[in-house]
Design a protein around this ligand. Structure first.
Ligand SMILES: Nc1ncnc2c1ncn2[C@@H]1O[C@H](COP(=O)(O)OP(=O)(O)OP(=O)(O)O)[C@@H](O)[C@H]1O
Ligand SMILES: [Mg+2]
Length: 227
């Protein structure tokens, strides 16, 4: 039996069908985002952080940090920088803003992951011991954005520094983005990761720096001193 529709009914049917397809795609994207967020390994304390929650209170460093992160996030998914380097004293929001970028990547359907440098190095080494044939860096190449936090705590020997160097090079070659956060100064960071890695990160990357006297948000006392 064939059904005959008038033009108006056909248009209405097409509209309903298109809305159903769009709704299904949205549900599927939502499920994918939830799965990516679960795999992103974000510390519980930072799960809910937002760019809008990053207060700047007229401080130039904080304003610059927030606007740079906003610009990077807006560029996703087309513009993926080779690196984002965040250096500054404790409590200025390096982890906060790094997680904002992870969330922005995931919102754009790009797999992203958080790790502390010490955990990263430990996992690469243990993977190496378990299975000497496979490439121990491979699990870390499955994310468009990899946030390596607290770089200063994980890389102590020359061998560890070389592992990080190889990972940065492999991710750069694959067109993937590394975010590095540290309390080290820029020169000390270059000393730790090496000039070739630093150069790769900077190719189409960003450096976000907080000056040494920038107050820690953790200690409210310092915030009020600056007001
Ligand atoms: N400007 C800010 N506005 C709102 N919350 C902030 C701001 N800066 C930091 N925070 C919050 O303060 C806490 C400390 O920030 P965070 O851990 O990101 O700092 P950090 O620079 O990574 O410090 P550390 O070097 O010790 O790791 C977090 O709970 C974070 O969400
Ligand atoms: Mg931190």
């Amino acid at each position: 039996m064939s059904l005959l529709f008038c033009d108006a009914c056909r248009a209405e049917n097409e509209r309903i069908e298109a809305a159903a397809v769009a709704e299904l795609a949205e549900v599927r994207h939502g499920a994918q985002r939830r799965a990516m967020k679960k795999a992103a390994n974000i510390p519980p304390k930072f799960q809910a952080v937002k760019l809008a929650g990053y207060e700047v209170r007229g401080n130039e460093d904080l304003e610059k940090a927030r606007s740079t992160v906003e610009a990077i996030a807006r560029g996703f998914p087309e513009k993926l920088p080779t690196g984002v380097i965040m250096t500054g004293p404790v409590g200025v929001g390096k982890t906060h803003l790094g997680v904002v970028l992870i969330n922005a990547a995931i919102y754009n359907q790009m797999p992203a992951c958080y790790t502390r440098a010490s955990d990263l190095i430990r996992e690469i080494k243990s993977y190496w011991r378990k299975d000497r044939i496979s490439d121990p860096l491979e699990p870390w190449l499955g994310f468009d954005v990899l946030f390596i936090d607290e770089v200063e705590t994980g890389v102590e020997s020359q061998k560890e520094s070389l592992l990080l160097d190889q990972l940065i090079d492999a991710r750069w070659a694959a067109g993937l983005c590394c975010i590095l956060a540290t309390n080290l100064g820029l020169d000390e960071l270059v000393g730790l990761i090496g000039a070739p890695s630093f150069d790769r990160l900077c190719e189409t990357g960003y450096i976000i720096q907080w000056s040494d006297d920038c107050p820690s948000y953790r200690t409210g006392q310092k915030w009020s001193e600056h007001e």
